[in-house]
Design a protein around this ligand. Structure first.
Ligand code: 2P0
Length: 323
């Protein structure tokens, strides 16, 4: 192999039933299954070029060279599958409206999995791509597919992968992102989730209740039941954040403005509007609602947030090769 190049695009996803804790940190096996919605608006484009003249892997993000310890171990997995693949140059760009702070490792490693494996001459199935993406970042496991996606936790590298639940979402669902902070997380997901696993006395109850939430949420997706899906997602997110408060030392991703957004959503709901929120490892609030009702919700959020802070997103596609 002299020079081989491929480019891929992957979209980020937001978990409605959360992954929060690993049972195997090296293989990235999660403690529980999760369910997400892949979004159209936020994506990463990545080009990988393997070239026999390179003497190390080099990573450029938005045209800036970045030192990271995560890329080479990931490419080593690809090189194990094709030992002829040498070192690589990786060029990534994140496409997030208004630099919204929603760029995520999910779209990054899903795009890298497809671009790197294709450039290395491998023709992986989507299941194999999902397993490979998982080794970069847990949430990337799900970004291989579009729409609603379940990550089955599995018990080994072979059976921990995502499956599509509803890839071409043809019913009325939208997600509004309320951008509260573009800064780096106070505590990384990786550190936070493992602290919870090892110190929260509530962790066993999280596993039991999340497994129940997951089955109910998958059923709600199949029935296009937005209200039930929203209720389950909001409750599951609050339980995840309650775990963080119950860890030692405790931590929280909420900011005062997160609570403002959450209260607005709760008030709209008391007025009969079907809307629910979820938060991940950061203060941004994502609202699950229908397209039909989103204008009213945007109006209510606009009393506390600027137009730039409120971003509309819709179900998006799975990973694909691009020119
Ligand atoms: C999720 N999150 O299911 C959960 C909910 C954030 C909150 O997956 O250690 O970047 O790379 O597997 O995937 C974010 O954590 O963590 C995440 P690693 P990841 O989307």
């Amino acid at each position: 192999m002299t020079s081989q190049i491929a480019s891929a695009r992957a979209h980020t996803n937001i978990a409605l039933i959360k992954y929060w804790g690993k049972k195997d940190q090296q293989l990235m096996l999660p403690m529980n299954g999760s369910l997400s919605l892949t979004l159209d608006h936020f994506y990463t484009d990545t080009t990988v070029e393997f070239n026999s003249i390179y003497t190390e892997d080099t990573f450029y993000l938005d045209q800036k060279k970045i030192e990271t310890t995560k890329i080479t171990p990931f490419l080593d997995l690809v090189r194990q599958m094709n030992p002829q693949a040498g070192f690589a140059r990786i060029y990534s760009s994140n496409h997030v409206p208004n630099a919204a702070g929603l760029a995520s490792s999910a779209s990054a490693f899903a795009a890298l999995a497809l671009a790197a494996s294709t450039a290395a001459g491998l023709n992986l199935t989507r299941r194999e791509l999902s397993r490979l993406a998982r080794r970069g970042s847990g949430s990337a496991t799900r970004s291989i597919y579009g729409g609603f996606v379940e990550w089955q936790p599995g018990t080994s590298d072979l059976d921990s992968y995502a499956i599509p639940i509803d890839e071409k979402v043809d019913w009325d669902i939208e997600m509004l992102a309320v951008i509260i902070d573009r800064q780096q997380k106070k505590i990384s997901s990786r550190t936070g989730m493992q602290r919870v696993v090892t110190t929260s006395p509530y962790y066993p109850a999280w596993i039991t209740s999340t497994n129940q939430d997951l089955s109910a949420a998958i059923q709600a997706v199949k029935e296009h039941n937005l209200q039930l899906l929203g209720q389950l997602a909001e409750s599951n997110a609050l339980r995840m954040h309650a775990l963080n408060l119950s860890a030692r030392p405790p931590f929280s991703y909420f900011e005062p403005a997160s609570l403002v957004a959450m209260e607005i959503i709760e008030k709209l709901r008391s007025e009969g509007i079907c809307c629910y929120y979820t938060l991940d490892a950061g203060p941004n609030v994502k609202v699950i609602c229908s397209k039909a009702e989103s204008p009213q919700i945007i109006r209510a959020l606009s009393t506390a947030f600027t137009p730039e802070q409120i971003v509309e997103a819709f179900p998006g596609p799975g990973v694909k090769l691009i020119e």
